[in-house]
Design a protein around this ligand. Sequence first.
Ligand SMILES: [Fe+2]
Length: 346
Amino acid sequence: MSAVLQPSVAADRKTFYEKIDKASVTPLWEVLHGIITPPPHTPCLPHLWKWDQMWPWIQEAGRLITAKEAERRVLVLENPGLRGRSSITHSLYAGLQLILPGEVAPAHRHSQSALRFILLGKGAYTAVDGEKVTMNVGDFVITPSWTFHDHGNPSGDPMVWLDGLDVPLVELLDAQFMEKSSLEAQRTHLTEGDNLAQFGNTMKPVEYKAKSRTSPLFWYPYERTREALRTMQRGHDPHACWGHKLQYTNPVTGASAMPTIGTFMQLLPKGFRGKEYRSTDSTVYSAVEGGGRCRIGSETLIFGPRDVFVCPSWMPHRLEADEETVLFSFSDRPVQQALDLWREAF
Ligand SMILES: [Fe+2]
């Protein structure tokens, strides 16, 4: 309320507010314009985390604490506008997880859904519900809500991946549960590749019945994604805003691979100069190949392989690439779409 008030009216109102405040009641008109805003008003800020800065700190964390002791040895990427809240956007969490040769990150499960996007290394595994998958750079792996998962690294090299979880969203809903397994590493009774064979070939077992909204396919190897983008590029013009962009889907339903997190991979052709774009889903990007710029507000985020950056809700931005560039991204888009809230403009 900005109008100049008679002192007596102002005093009466103040007395009234103080009286009702004692009973946990507050006048809407004092806060209305801050909570129902004409455009989205997010505390999330544009930000870039450079791999070259993060990698020495990840290695230092590796010397300071074991994966077993930490349970998960992760450096959380906290949005500068959301410090102390373990959030990279208002609704999502992200971190860089390290697993060193010979280590095991013990089995547990939780309500929060998680994605792993592999940045560095070869030969470490994630086990989900009795099946192991050996991960490579650019692979996208899902650990669905309430499924036991553990990670191990029998290779000779460190592995680092980007974790993306719906932690803040689940916290908002007060729906979080977590349980540790009695086994450090779960028994894997399925052949590696079983899941991809069943659901990764545009087919499904005839007796399959979905147990959740999460994709029954939990491993999307980069090799296949990259080949799809390569083929797309040969036969189609790039979109003016996002180049060639694919969404990871649940192969059975065609919906988003995860119910709370939308995941995407896009190719920006060499010399790409994207048109301005904005959408209501604050989006986290990580480059796999190439490099370029994200021009957002007065800032230019210059990114290369393994860097991570954020574009907040409804902020116009443009993507540019001087060389052929492949970008992974994730956001809360499926949640907004399910609630009829999602918008985009370009
Ligand atoms: Fe976990």
